[in-house]
Design a protein around this ligand. Sequence first.
Ligand code: IPR
Length: 148
Amino acid sequence: MENVSPSPVPKFGVAVFLLKDKTVLLGRRRSSIGHNTFALPGGHLEFGESFEECADREVEEATGLLIEKIKFLTVTNNVFYKEGKPVHAVIIFMLAAVSAHPQQLPQNIEPDKCDSWDWYDWNNLPQPLFGPLEKLVGAFDPFPSEKI
Ligand code: IPR
C-alpha cells in the first residue's frame, strides 16, 4: 500500500516513586509530552527490558540515583495530545528505595528533559502534574504501610 501511514501504536513507559518521609521526588518536564508538568522519574520501556530494569536505568539516567528494592505498584492507561496528535501510553508505576550507601542526592543529568529534581510533599503537590500521575492522586497511596 502506498501513502498510508502506519497506525499509531500504544507506547509503554515506566515511572518510579522514590519516597522520603511524606515526600516524593518530582521534576518539571521539558519534553513535548506533558511539557511543564511535574512528573516522577521514568521513561520509555526498551525492547526486552523488565519493568525493574527500566526503572533502574531511567532513574539513574535522569537523576544519577542508584535504587534498590524495586517493586511493581500499579498501571494507568493514558492518551496525551502531543502537538495535536494523540499519543497512547501505558504507564507502569514502580516503587523503589534510593540505595543508602553511598549517600546520594538527585542530580539533573538530563537538563534538556527536566528543569530540576526536588522532594515534594505528597499532601501538597505542585501543579500541574503529569497526566498519568494526576490520575493516581487521590485514588492511590504510594506510601507502603511498612518501610521498604
Ligand atoms: P524518555 O527518557 O524515555 O524519552 O522519557 P519520557 O519521559 O519522555 O517518556 C515517558 C514515557 C512515555 C511513554 C510517555
